[in-house]
Ligand binder design. Structure first.
Ligand code: IMP
Ligand code: MG
Length: 426
């Protein structure tokens, strides 16, 4: 089973870091295919918490080659900081490889991201302000700088000179900001960042294909999630890349036939950070309760997440968009204390029952969830590691999800630590 994709099926923070880490045991290579340091993947190993933004989770295993694919946008400063932190904990980062075709996040991208959000005021997207959108926009506009441009100082400066003229115009005229100096940026990227990056820059497409040809197991690690996808998410409240499984083809340079297995990850409920529609969102006391029990604050930004019940309508669509072969359900221990657990099985829109995700987003804004209510298990699941350790109510909940979504559920996470999961089998 050489090519496996892991993809978030909701709005992110489903626990992909932990799942990727679990699957890593059987992998020889882990490839990130989109996004950048807007991600925050939390992995707990031997009581030590690692929060990885840019470096693939596979870095935590010695036997794995972690790869940052061409579809990722790379902030070299963040990457170096992350390598330093890992190396301080004894993790060897010399195995890391980064695609020469990946685009660079530049200082003006971060600044324009933050300034645009401020200008939008109450209409803001709620981005992570890490410059992701502006970097992908420049890529599409064909004025981006790529990792490989660092290898030729003359070319790097030439391209930077052209693009800075435009960016400084935008910064000055639209945002009343001081211009950026070419020397300052060139010195930072060429003198400070390049020496650390140079040994890692690679032709990652051939690296991945050679591994697949040798029969190695390669994991393609998605960041963000299906409903943050630029094409399939709740636009414009999305990220600027394609987290869906198909994004792995473009962002790593493989074909659809190189993928044999697509593992979706969902929480037993739903969370979202930032703005946009959210049919099953809880408000008031119910929300406060779940946020408190589930500790729903952003891993990197610390932002309070929006929370709601599991939405099987969105999940059925996510199964299609990603051609999921299986689902893993994360964080069900967070529901331990609820007397009643709800699962949205359909919507009511303008008096009609609707089983499919409406393509017209204003209908999604008007969608009222139709819930099935289940008794909660009201006990501590965190010590469970065999299916029979789960109480009947938890099995009932998982059976309903399986029946609603039409894919097998092979794994359930019951805590943050590496060994806190239950394998439900094939
Ligand atoms: P951006 O990716 O920083 O442009 O943010 C766009 C939207 O995606 C915002 O709603 C963010 O909160 C959301 N987002 C980006 N990355 C993540 C993530 O890793 N987890 C959850 N939400 C994210
Ligand atoms: Mg996260």
């Amino acid at each position: 089973m050489p090519g496996t994709v892991v993809v978030g099926t909701q709005w992110g923070d489903e626990g992909k870091g932990k799942l990727t880490d679990l699957l890593s045991k059987e992998m020889q290579m882990v490839v990130r295919y989109q996004g950048g340091h807007n991600a925050g993947h939390t992995i707990v190993v031997d009581g030590e918490t690692y929060i990885l933004q840019l470096i693939p989770s596979g870095i935590l295993y010695d036997h794995i080659t972690p790869v940052i694919g061409n579809g990722v946008v790379v902030h070299p400063g963040v990457m170096i900081r992350e390598m330093d932190k890992l190396e301080a904990k004894g993790i060897d980062c010399s195995r890391l490889r980064v695609s020469g075709n990946a685009h660079l996040v530049m200082p003006y991208h971060e600044e324009i991201d933050a300034l645009t959000e401020r200008r939008l005021g109450k209409n803001k997207l709620g981005t992570t302000k890490s410059g992701i959108g502006p970097t992908y926009a420049d890529k599409a506009n064909r004025i981006g700088l790529r990792v490989q441009d660092l290898l030729d100082a003359k070319i790097f400066r030439q391209k930077l000179d052209v693009v800075l003229k435009e960016k400084n115009n935008v910064l000055a005229k639209l945002f009343n900001r001081l211009p950026k100096q070419i020397d300052e940026i060139a010195d930072l990227y060429l003198d400070e960042y390049l020496p650390r990056l140079r040994p890692l820059i690679s032709d990652t497409v051939n690296l991945v294909h050679d591994a697949l040809d040798e029969g190695q197991n390669v994991l393609f690690e998605g960041a963000q999630a299906t409903y943050l996808d630029l094409d399939h998410g709740t636009y414009p409240f999305v990220t600027s890349s394609n987290p869906v499984a198909g994004g792995a083809c473009v962002g790593a340079g493989i074909g659809p036939r190189d993928i044999d297995r697509v593992v979706g990850i969902a929480k037993g409920y739903v969370t979202r950070v930032g703005s946009g529609p959210f049919p099953t969102e809880l408000l008031g006391e119910e929300a406060d309760q779940l946020i408190e029990w589930a500790e729903e604050y952003g891993a990197v930004t610390g932002r309070r997440r929006r929370v709601g019940w599991f939405d099987a309508v969105m999940m059925r669509h996510a199964v299609r968009l990603n051609s999921l072969t299986e689902l893993a359900v994360g964080k069900i221990d967070k529901l331990d204390q609820f007397a009643t657990i709800k699962v949205c099985v359909a919507y009511e829109i303008d008096g009609r029952r609707v089983d499919r995700l409406p393509y017209h987003q204003s209908e999604l804004h008007r969608a009222v969830p139709i819930y099935e209510e289940l008794p909660g298990w009201q006990c501590d699941l965190s010590g469970a590691f065999e299916p029979h350790h789960l109480p009947p109510e938890a099995h009932g909940f998982l059976d309903l999800l399986k029946q609603q979504c039409g894919v097998p559920i092979k794994m359930v996470a019951v805590g943050k630590a590496r060994d806190q999961f239950v394998y439900l089998g094939d």
